[in-house]
Design a protein around this ligand. Structure first.
Ligand SMILES: Cc1ncc(COP(=O)(O)O)c(C=O)c1O
Length: 407
């Protein structure tokens, strides 16, 4: 049983004082705070073993051991078959564009790629641009506007033998919907397409298992799950090995080096390994993969109490409208990222007012451009209140009280 209150002491960022107030961080979807062990691992790396990759002297050997630990840690987090299938890079967006350049080389005129109206643009533009460069067509999976769920009929109607690439997110960073990616993946694979899953938003909220999902690629970003700013890409071995890849000639053709262009953010990778250890430490016993699964399952359950608490509070306040799933009986279908609009205040005004009260939240479309347009909310977008497992119902009460006092 995880004690979600005491774990907050591990996060120095949560315990700082600003203008005499302890800030409330509802900005997790844009990046989470990090525990001490992540900070310590990065300081240790830079202090004791700061070196380039592949050398024979002590600091290189120590550094490479830490990089290997980052690959192994993420392999456990995602249940990837092998650490060498884990690719690191600047961020998810850069890694996805990197891969999309390769996909553009294998697409042909007449082929089709599918993207959604719900996804972050980092899981849209890399594929629409690859399609454009290859002369392939783009198909859009629509949403049900009333609850911001993906319209599976729209997916099924457009899926065909021509579909070569399907890109979907596990959860929406704009409105919090959890997508049925297992079904989409199964049906897309049956039609002969490759499937790319964006787990950036979902990763701090629940367990991920790439083998159970059956996808071909999955991307996430460590700064969303209590680590530093490092992007992560998992790919199926045979595809990583066979796909063409833009790279420099002297670098390795082996995995994972083939896809990891240039010198990596080594201190960041030390932090990534520590972030995985932090998550695993939340469950008491067992192998690391099993502890991660247990911890993320417990986090998912706890976070439902946060969603329920805010949704209940907002249901009593007619000034605000919630985007996406609102029904308490459907909390399995959303992460605790709850976006709202107000009758009489723009998202930007709300965010500024909350910021002046040391409550941190984002306004705008958060790059979930399509859903914001689809809901008619551009150019202002929405106010996004994003919770992770270190947030509390007490903080949500403070938020609601502060919103009640908003002029
Ligand atoms: C769902 C989703 N996908 C992709 C991205 C892009 O990730 P990165 O910042 O690592 O490029 C984000 C960032 O917020 C996101 O929320």
């Amino acid at each position: 049983m995880i004690d979600f209150t005491t774990l907050r002491t591990q996060f120095p960022g949560l315990n700082q004082i600003r203008d005499g107030i302890t800030p409330i961080f509802f900005d997790g979807p844009a990046g989470t705070q990090v525990p001490h062990c992540v900070i310590d691992a990065m300081v240790h790396y830079l202090t004791h073993c700061n070196a380039n990759h592949g050398g024979v002297f002590a600091t290189c050997v120590e550094s490479d051991r830490i990089l290997d630990a980052a690959h192994a840690g993420i392999a456990d987090l995602l249940n990837a078959p092998s650490p060498s299938e884990i690719i690191f890079g600047n961020n998810m967006t850069s890694l996805t564009f990197h891969l999309s350049r390769s996909i553009a080389k294998i697409l042909k005129p007449g082929d089709e790629v599918m993207v959604t109206r719900l996804d972050h643009d980092a899981n849209v533009s890399p594929w629409t641009l690859a399609a454009r460069d290859a002369g392939a067509a783009v198909r859009w999976i629509d949403i049900h506007a009333e609850d911001c769920t993906l319209d599976l009929d729209s997916f099924r109607k457009q899926l065909s033998q021509k579909t070569k690439w399907v890109a979907v997110g596990l959860a929406s960073n704009g409105v919090g919907t959890i997508n049925d990616v297992a079904t989409i993946t199964k049906e897309a694979k049956r039609a002969g397409a490759m499937v790319f899953l964006d787990a950036v938003h979902y990763s701090p909220h629940g367990p991920i298992d790439v083998q159970a999902l059956g996808c071909d690629f999955l991307a996430c970003s460590a700064y969303k799950f209590f680590g530093p700013h490092v992007g992560v890409l998992w790919g199926r071995r045979e595809l990583l090995e066979s796909l063409p890849c833009y790279k420099v000639r002297p670098s390795s053709n082996d995995l994972p080096g083939k896809w990891m262009t240039g010198t990596q953010n080594h201190e960041g990778l030390a932090g990534v390994a520590a972030a995985v250890e932090y998550l695993a430490s939340l469950a008491p016993s067992g192998k690391r993969r099993e502890r991660l699964r247990q911890a993320m399952t417990a986090i998912k359950e706890y976070e439902k109490t946060l969603s329920r608490h805010l949704l209940a509070g907002l249901a009593e306040r007619s000034r605000f409208s919630v985007l996406g799933v609102r029904d308490f009986n459907r909390l399995n279908e959303r992460v605790p990222t709850i976006s709202i609009t107000a009758k009489d205040a723009s998202p930007q005004k709300m965010a500024a007012y909350l910021a002046s009260n040391q409550i941190y939240a984002w306004a705008g479309n958060s790059y979930a451009l399509e859903v914001s347009e689809r809901l008619g909310l551009e150019p202002n977008g929405f106010l996004r209140l994003g919770f992770v497992h270190y947030n509390t119902t007490g903080e949500i009460d403070t938020l609601l009280q502060t919103l009640d006092e908003m002029p």
